[in-house]
Design a protein around this ligand. Structure first.
Ligand SMILES: [Ca+2]
Length: 326
């Protein structure tokens, strides 16, 4: 079945008279017609491509695991140990490549490898949903996220055209995250790079493109070389010192010091003028406090959930342990 019936769909695309339709269907057709006009997609090709998906026939979503895979801080210790071990092995396997990535983008190898491990288990778990079907069925659904999925579907079609992909082929997450980097199509179009220079951004298969793209995203979003990521606070913050609500405006570290905030024993002080935020992590009934800096903020642009960024820092520290570098 074509979307809304092939002839009706095409008649709309070509601006012909249309029978009375449900408002939602008309809106959907208007959106597809706009895609054709705006991005010069062939209407017959588009109709053929999307026609097999019936509106509302969503891909079956498996139940969510108790521990989200992308939150390293909450993974069971045995899983953490496995991810760390594999990460350290890959740090060694890709040592030369990671050096080039670090030199070019200024992002240390352990952070690049940590994001790779957390997002796709180093490329072994990229999601099994056909991206086109996932995005289309959610783009014509009824949820408040319809505009988001419409935009991502458009980005996916553009990306497929640019990269020479058959849009029917790529698989990924239910939300449309693609490849070993698990970036959404729009993010991928803006930030992914062809780091091995073969003319394609092979985020499914090329370690150079995968690692380069992760570092490029971080660099594009303001990663700074040589700055600390997060440091543990001694105990609880003093009374009257609140956790930062935003990471977009950070006072300097000396401001926090003046308020009485202290780092855990043995932790080296950051530069006094370094912009600093205070975060709290609730873990197994215990609150932990950390001060975090610009590069932590950059990772919250990748995933705004603060424990995600904390997990990236934790895994980066683990894979960087003795024996993993040089
Ligand atoms: Ca490439």
């Amino acid at each position: 079945m074509r979307w809304g019936g092939g002839l009706v769909g095409l008649s709309l695309l070509f601006g012909l008279a249309v029978p009375v339709q449900a408002a939602g269907v008309v809106a959907r057709h208007a959106w597809l017609a706009q895609l054709v006009k705006q991005d010069r997609f062939d209407p017959v090709w588009l109709d053929d491509l999307l026609g097999e998906f019936e509106a509302g026939a969503r891909p079956r979503v498996p139940p969510k695991p108790a521990v989200p895979r992308t939150c390293f801080t909450t993974q069971p210790p045995v899983v953490k140990a496995q991810v760390e071990k594999e990460g350290r092995r890959l740090m060694s396997t890709h040592k030369d490549l990671l050096k080039r990535v670090e030199k070019h983008y200024g992002v240390p190898a352990p952070f690049v490898v940590a994001l790779w491990g957390i997002e796709s288990r180093y490329g072994t778990d990229m999601g099994n949903f056909p991206i086109l079907k996932s995005l289309f069925t959610q783009a014509v659904g009824r949820s408040s996220r319809v505009p988001f999925f419409r935009e991502q579907l458009r980005e996916f079609l553009l990306l497929s055209r640019e990269e020479g992909w058959d849009p029917r082929v790529p698989k990924g997450s239910y939300d449309g995250a693609i490849g070993q980097v698990q970036m959404l199509p729009g993010t991928l179009r803006r930030h992914a790079v062809d780091f091995d220079g073969d003319g394609r951004r092979a985020v499914y298969s090329s370690p150079a493109d995968v690692l380069g793209s992760i570092a490029a995203y971080l660099a594009d979003n303001g990663w700074r070389r040589g700055q600390p990521y997060s440091l543990p606070v001694a105990g609880k913050p003093p009374p009257g010192v609140a956790v930062s609500r935003t990471l977009s405006k950070m006072p300097p570290w000396k401001w926090w010091r003046k308020k009485g905030l202290r780092l855990a024993p043995g932790v080296a002080e950051p530069p006094a003028d370094l912009p600093t935020a205070l975060i709290k992590l609730e873990e197994r009934g215990r609150d932990r406090y950390h001060v975090v800096f610009n590069n932590f903020r950059v990772v919250t642009l990748w995933n705004r959930y603060r424990p995600f960024a904390m997990g990236v820092g934790e895994l980066a520290a683990r894979v960087a342990r003795k024996g993993s570098r040089e």
